[in-house]
Write a protein that binds this ligand. Structure first.
Ligand code: TYD
Ligand code: MG
Length: 460
């Protein structure tokens, strides 16, 4: 007889409890609890499935050097920029998760990539959110010609697994994991148990048949990938697709990659006929106009350097305490830099409002932007333009000293490529790096913020 019982599951960490608590006892998160009804027969059938692994009990461990280390086989995803974030292409038998806000273009990106891949590999596109005709409408919009891409509109996990097994594609795309439903389990599609079990079943199939599976995942209001954290642990690669709703460019980032570097980044642009890859993102984010309060930096995401424009506006305040807002940069960093400038350059900034923004709606997390932020603030305060062809890179310490940042060579090379003639950077402690010669860019090494601005102000 089937008996049912109720358990409570926290959607963020996947922890289970028998009692309702507002706050998760394992991760401390509030209000993420959801009630789920499970039937004991389901548990039994799950155990039955697991017992099949006993067949493998003859398997033994081996010394690590005895394995054949064949090079990882990569499948070209159809787009160079998508390959970049994947670490050089899709790995056979791996599981990739792409997360992003609704309407950002996940389905478009994957449909375009699937069509390209279908030219030389067998690809199955499983749509659980849209009907086949909706996907076809989008496909027509992308203006693709004949393709051997296979489409399967289904939400039932058993039928999907069956179709993948029969069709045996090289790449299977599931849009989205939150819309799948395992009929053997309770709960609505998208609940923790459903997402976890569906992803685990797909992973088993991917590994046993050496099929690459790409999953689309939703994100929550807070911008986290929806569903249990186990989903991120389970897959080999996690990518996020993000962008400003008001801008046409979209950024694809690597959050986790078992087969390549993390923090890789590539840029796409949404146009009338789908997504176009942007091969030189620096040119997208730099404007040709100069103004007081504008400074340029070279940020580095993974192995990709990107030149970015920072804009500051300093205004005498009319409030008892000055207003400080930052877009694209953490506001604590802005406060810290303002305090350092006030103390070490004797500028009375506490009587001024400060607004700071990163052009193009980008977000810059790394401290290498500090010197550029300070330069933008000083330029706006002094109402004078910084020279157009200067970039500033470096982290500012609380004592006003400059600290070296990672990937300096790469950043300077990018600045040189873009035609900058001067780079102000922290003094290298590494003699190998400082002996590097650049042809068209003058690299000025400084030890503290005062020295940096003596040089900048002389150039103005
Ligand atoms: P979609 O790929 O459906 O997003 P997701 O799967 O992440 O929810 O998003 C498509 C959005 O992009 C939609 O708002 C329409 C727009 N779009 C274009 O601007 N040009 C195009 O060629 C296509 C196909 C979509
Ligand atoms: Mg979609």
């Amino acid at each position: 007889m089937t008996r049912t019982s109720t358990i409570y599951i926290y959607q963020t960490c996947g922890a289970e409890t028998r009692q309702f608590f507002g706050r998760c006892t394992s991760c401390g998160d509030w209000n993420s609890i959801v009630e789920e009804v499970i039937s004991t027969s389901n548990l039994r059938s799950r155990n039955k499935r697991d017992s099949s692994s006993k067949a493998l009990s003859g398997k033994r461990s081996q010394p690590i050097s005895s394995f054949n280390n064949e090079p990882v086989k990569r499948i070209f995803s159809g787009y160079k920029e998508l390959d970049r974030v994947l670490g050089g292409g899709l790995v056979a038998g791996s599981l990739v998760l792409i997360g992003g806000d609704p309407g950002i273009g996940k389905s478009t990106l994957l449909l375009q990539s699937a069509t390209e891949m279908a030219r030389y590999k067998s690809v199955l596109y499983i749509t659980a959110e849209e009907s086949s005709s909706q996907v076809q409408l989008r496909w027509n919009r992308l203006q693709k010609d004949e393709s051997s891409l296979h489409l399967f509109a289904e939400t039932n996990l058993e039928l999907i697994l069956d179709e993948i097994e029969k069709f045996n594609p090289t790449v299977a795309i599931i849009d989205s994991i939150q819309a799948l439903q395992d009929p053997n389990l309770g709960g609505t599609p998208g609940s923790v148990t459903q997402v976890r079990e569906c992803a685990a079943a797909l992973q088993r199939l991917a590994k046993s048949k050496n099929i690459t599976v790409i999953l689309v995942g939703h994100v929550t209001k807070e911008g986290m990938l929806a569903g249990p954290k186990v989903l991120e642990h389970l897959v080999d690669t996690v990518l996020t697709f993000e962008g400003d709703r008001f801008a046409s460019h979209r950024i694809l980032r690597t959050i986790k990659n078992r087969f390549g570097a993390t923090n890789e980044l590539s840029v796409f642009e949404m146009q009338g006929k789908g997504l176009i890859e942007v091969l030189n993102p620096s040119e997208l984010f730099l404007s040709s106009q100069n103004a007081p309060g504008v400074a340029k930096i070279v940020a580095c995401e993974g192995t990709r350097p990107i030149a970015i424009e920072l804009q500051a506006l300093i205004n005498q305040t009319s409030y008892p305490s000055p207003r400080r807002t930052a877009t694209g940069i953490e506001s604590n960093r802005l406060h810290q830099i303002l305090a350092v400038i006030e103390k070490h350059l004797n500028l009375p900034l506490s009587r001024f409002d400060c607004y700071l923004a990163v052009a193009g709606g980008l977000e810059v997390e790394e401290p290498a932007a500090d010197l550029g932020i300070a330069a933008a603030i000083i330029s706006s305060y002094k109402k004078t333009e910084l020279p157009k062809e200067i970039v500033l890179i470096g982290e500012i310490g609380l004592g006003g000293q400059l600290r070296a940042v990672a990937q300096m060579q790469l950043r300077i090379r990018e600045a040189e490529r873009l035609g900058f003639s001067c780079a102000i950077i922290p003094k290298f402690s590494n003699s190998e790096l400082s002996s590097e010669k650049y042809q068209t860019i003058d690299v000025k090494e400084v030890t503290n913020i005062r020295e940096a601005f003596e040089i900048v102000l002389k150039l103005i």
